[in-house]
Design a binder for this molecule. Sequence first.
Ligand SMILES: [Zn+2]
Length: 263
Amino acid sequence: MNGTAYEKMHNAAAPNTPIDLHLLREAALEFLFPRRCPFCDAVLGGQLECPDCAARLKPLALPQKRLAPATHYFGRLEQAAADYRYAGAVRQAVLRMKYGGCRWYARELGSRMARDLFGCTFFRRYGILLPERALWGKLAYDVIVPVPKSSRRRGYNVPLLLAEPLAGALGLPIQAEALRRVRCTQHQAGLSLEERLVNVAGAFCAGRACDVEGQRVLLVDDVITTGATAAACTEALLKAGAEQVSAVGFASSQWQQDLELPE
Ligand SMILES: [Zn+2]
């Protein structure tokens, strides 16, 4: 899916462009339904995050953002990074986003990924927070691919919703259906790494719209636990001709310590 609504909105927001009706519509919607903090529900206004949660919920420090091969399984994944530790209020927000119907959290959390993982800054136009393009993202990657959704019951795909603000900030296209699940997998919770690898092995393949030949792919997921899911997606993308695959998640946990957590 190229040219997401978020990306169109960003494209329309370049400084010194004429008044944009799409952006004005977005501003009106935001006036009626103001953005809220996914952690405490405070109204955000023009801020990227609320000061209270910014003070108590710190993103991972820079060296920890890059996930260590010693505590994850990457397979042929080039590298992986995450913004926050999957615990406490961050974990609660992710669970509400995935299972509580709070799909709008994804835009907020995806924007934070753009800031924390790619150095993106934001500016306001017509009262709406918009990303300044982090140009080097386009130098490092060619396309963004979200992990396919895991539940048929959920009507939306969280990794895709997280990928949209990221794509707008990096100026990259999204291929929403580059991957598809070949079969359902059981919940990874409580499985050992070996069981997880077996559970997701061959679970993904290239979708009919997949066009990643020779491309550097940025894979997006909400939580990276063992890395087994990202590694299985990587296999499918490399098989479809991708040059290399890197992965980012909003949060990560180390499988040895968090076996009870859903992936
Ligand atoms: Zn808050």
